[in-house]
Design a protein around this ligand. Structure first.
Ligand code: ATP
Ligand code: MG
Length: 260
């Protein structure tokens, strides 16, 4: 069988970035054990744009915190870029997180009264191999990639919600991470700004980035390549999206004065 371009690109994109096996996470609250994750398994390949959905309390943030090495599972295995995370010490995990993960949160988590470029430089501060001038250069490049090349010196309180989230995405990108994790990244934004951020995530996906995007909004799943749905700490659906909608088209179709 001739090797087509499609097959070559498929083979090239088959590298596993995330591999989890039977992840469980219990929380002890007084006498009660909360089973937040009850045995979750999946692999995520390089270049996938995965939406994780589920109702409130289904375990989305718990899962994302584990994937982002902010938390460790009660049991189960986790390989991030082929590195076994479970057996690592806390400081080792912190280094791994800094090098491999870009985080985007609902509430942006920017330093207040700090400029966009300084916020984006932050993850590189922990990397002694990167000089101050290189750090500045990469932060500017990252801000340009999210369309904020003209807001470098704006402070967090001098920007809109959508702009702050772009700064947070630039900060997530600056380390060239293996995976970008977003927890309700559009949760605080109106629908027009949400679609603008979604356009940006689709652009990053088209450039080959691996993205895991947690949302409770099922509509947003139509813009990613794969959908995982959680219920009561278990995966109840894991499907490829056969028809990925264009966020740019959805944005163009929104009424101009939409302010909800
Ligand atoms: N630190 C904790 N201590 C005790 N219970 C917790 C803790 N974190 C999460 N839980 C519980 O674990 C379950 C899953 O919570 P999680 O935050 O992962 O849900 P979620 O899907 O992100 O919900 P939401 O859509 O509201 O953000 C919930 O029942 C929650 O109460
Ligand atoms: Mg949550």
């Amino acid at each position: 069988m001739p090797i087509t371009n499609w097959r070559i690109s498929t083979l090239l994109t088959m590298k596993k970035v995330i591999e989890i096996q039977n992840i469980k996470r219990n929380f002890q609250v007084g006498d009660e054990t909360v089973h937040a994750l009850r045995g979750v398994s999946f692999n995520i390949n390089e270049g996938e744009f995965v939406t994780i959905m589920g109702t409130s309390g289904s375990g989305k943030s718990t899962l994302l915190n584990i994937l982002g090495c902010l938390d460790t599972p009660t049991s189960g295995e986790y390989l991030l870029d082929d590195i076994p995370v479970r057996t690592m010490s806390k400081p080792q995990r912190a280094v791994l997180r800094n090098r491999k993960i870009g985080f985007v949160f609902q509430s942006y988590n920017l330093l207040p009264k700090t400029t966009a470029v300084e916020n984006v430089e932050l993850p590189l501060m922990y990397n002694s191999a990167v000089s101050a001038s290189e750090r500045r250069r990469r932060a500017i490049e990252s801000l340009q990639a999210v369309g904020l090349g003209d807001r470098l010196e704006h402070k967090s309180n001098q920007m809109s919600g959508g702009q702050m989230q772009r700064v947070a995405i630039a900060r997530a990108l600056v380390n060239n991470p293996a995976v970008i994790l977003a927890d309700e990244a559009t949760g605080n934004l109106d629908s027009r700004t949400s679609f603008e951020i979604l356009v940006l995530f689709q652009k990053l996906h088209a450039e080959g980035r691996t993205i895991i995007f947690v949302t409770h909004n099922p509509e947003l799943s139509q813009y990613s390549s794969r959908n995982i749905r959680l219920r009561d700490g278990q995966v109840i659906e894991d499907t490829a999206n056969p028809k990925i909608l264009s966020a740019a088209e959805a944005l163009a179709a929104l009424p101009k004065n939409d302010e909800d």
